[in-house]
Design a protein around this ligand. Sequence first.
Ligand code: PAF
Length: 287
Amino acid sequence: MQTVHDIATLRDALSPHRRAGARIALVPTMGNLHEGHLRLVDEARAQADVVVATLFVNPLQFAPGEDLDSYPRTLKDDQGALSARHCDLLFVPSVETLYPGGLENLSQVHVPIVSEGLCGGARRGHFDGVATVVSLLFHLVQPDIACFGEKDYQQLAVIRKLVADLHFPIQIVGVPTVRATDGLALSSRNGYLTPAERARAVAFPRALARAATAITAGQPTRDALDAARADLVQAGLTLDYLELRAPDLSALEPATSSHARLLAAVYLGATRLIDNVDVALPGADHG
Ligand code: PAF
């Protein structure tokens, strides 16, 4: 696997593949890779001839006071893991390379509506930062497909709308969440948890799974969500949001939908975790 740091070398590395008509897949990451990221690489590998990963801790998507400075940077380990999963090319730009004019007056991409609420409520400007850097990476790599994890479900929805609205000729592939054996969704931020917090964190996926099962079995949504909130409080987790939405994150209309998405964010101490699950809805005529 070749690692490149500047835009000219990235373009040089990609141009023979492009000339040969190869199908190029992009896997954007912020590094500190775990199995969830590596499944994105596996999916990219399965669907394309050339796999390009990017590793960039994007300052634009961190609000003041968030964990930009402490975000784990593990380049050597990440290179080893990507290489073992047969990634072809890794692009690791500096902040100056991607944003040479600085952040202050940078042109930014805003994806309305779907960026608001849920994580966009607590993390103001976060999805503008994501949409801007992803647009830049799409522009630089010009992939045929790009893979993103369903764990960041709102991010995936933002990127799908971005690609549709701006006519990027890129197929967006959502890859299912990878979970630890106790059900906790893998996340770089799980590493911030103390052993005691990690033990309590299991209540999070359990509360979501229990609510999803109850709704599918016909329990009124409000009761199922109240029970999930009670489970989380009982486990000492602080809830940011818990919402049942349509799969595209618009308001849910149960009479016309067969599935919904249950999404939540919680705090354990200073660590913020997110998760979401599919919910099969009962009783509607979906024919
Ligand atoms: O999901 C992430 O790791 C980041 O938000 C992304 C998509 C790489 C953009 O910085």
